[in-house]
Design a protein around this ligand. Structure first.
Ligand code: SAH
Ligand code: SF4
Length: 345
């Protein structure tokens, strides 16, 4: 079986180069093409001799995904559906704003958690993306804009902390100084509250940002949104978040999808403020994106503003996620689901 080229370490690359009679310094050139110039194949690696290009082609897998669909929203947000060699798809979103561009990446095909309000869980869990596929997804987005993003967030399909070793291997390459070299502070991993994963992620000791999807300040409220199997009690989530803050020094973000009549009451906001301040955290409010058949809807705008200002008056740092790509179903998983339905899968 051919190995993927984009996850090869420097010593592995040098050893392989030796085995095909090439000098070790070619390793830096190949990495430069892969990680800085986002080459998708050896043909593009202009300063390499043809014998080496051929050997790379013969021995390694270079790009494993292809863009099968792109949707562009009026605000410039673009969503790509990427297909891997086994025909499975994920979606990645490129979100431009005035002064920065963010990539929203997927970590799994389908999602094992299966939250009742989320399109990503529809159709169940298919498989993990391996590290090289996550990198392919990232580099496909880089090629699309011709540069590195300013931020990346793992907020696409999947529970990233349940695909732990592949996530970390990909992040190590994206944030490795000798590799892609993005700042870990510009990288965010979002979890549904998978406590063992949060603790393990803290123990990596890297200043990656952590976002935790809380969505309700009570365990009963969360039970209406997240299936029992993968739902942890709020007090355990909070302990893990405090640990994350202590070890990494990074302020945790609690994501809170505001859903009409479910988690938008005055009592909810006061309880939320208490939880958030006990974790020295901040809040990102997400006005709910209607998903077919979920039965949930978004509160009125005035309610969202009131919720936000109550948090502020309780001294909780809060942002409201600006609606991006509304006319292209930007809620995670929706493009893939509509593709699966069209294909009759
Ligand atoms: N699995 C991870 C990351 C992916 S989802 C997690 O759950 O955190 C990124 C964010 O979008 C999560 O907070 C998720 O709960 C939220 N989300 C999913 N579907 C949504 C919808 N229809 N409307 C609003 N937010 C949604
Ligand atoms: Fe999975 Fe996150 Fe969607 Fe829940 S919200 S189903 S954990 S992707």
């Amino acid at each position: 079986m051919k190995k993927p080229l984009n996850t090869l370490s420097e010593p592995e690359m040098v050893e392989w180069l030796k085995s095909v009679g090439q000098p070790g310094y070619r390793s830096a050139q190949i990495f430069d093409w892969l990680y800085r110039k986002f080459a998708s194949g050896p043909d593009e690696m202009k300063n390499l001799p043809s014998a080496l290009k051929n050997a790379l082609q013969e021995n390694f897998v270079l790009t494993q995904c292809s863009v099968i669909k792109t949707q562009k929203a009026d605000d410039g947000t673009s969503k790509m559906l990427l297909e891997f060699s086994d025909g499975e798809c994920v979606e990645s979103v490129i979100i431009p704003s005035k002064d920065r561009t963010t990539f929203c990446l997927s970590s799994q095909i389908g999602c094992p958690v299966g939250c009742f309000f989320c399109a990503s869980g529809e159709g169940g869990f298919v498989r993990n993306l391996d590290a090289s596929e996550i990198l392919d997804e990232f580099f496909t987005c880089c090629r699309s804009i011709g540069r590195l993003p300013d931020n990346i967030v793992f907020m696409g399909t999947g529970e990233p902390l349940m695909n732990y070793s592949n996530l970390i291997s990909a992040l190590d390459i994206i944030c490795g100084e000798k590799q892609v070299g993005m700042s870990p502070r510009r990288t965010t991993v979002s979890t549904s509250g998978f406590v063992p994963g949060i603790r393990k992620f803290a123990d990596e000791g890297r200043p990656w940002n952590l976002a935790v999807s809380l969505h309700s300040p009570t365990d009963e409220g969360r039970a209406r949104l997240i299936p029992d199997k993968h739902r942890y009690p709020i007090h355990e989530i909070c302990e893990a978040c405090r640990y994350y803050f202590k070890v990494t020094g990074r302020i945790v973000t609690f994501e809170y999808a505001l859903i009409k009549g479910l988690n938008d009451s005055h009592d909810d906001v006061l309880k939320l403020a208490e939880i958030v301040s006990s974790c020295s955290a901040k809040v990102n409010l997400i006005p709910f994106n209607a998903v077919e058949k979920s039965g949930f809807s978004r509160p009125d705008r005035s309610k969202i503003i009131e919720f936000e200002s109550t948090l502020r008056s309780n001294r909780i740092p809060v942002t409201v996620r600006i609606e991006k790509g509304d006319n292209i179903n930007a809620a995670c998983g929706q493009l893939r689901v509509s593709h699966l339905k069209k294909e009759g899968k």
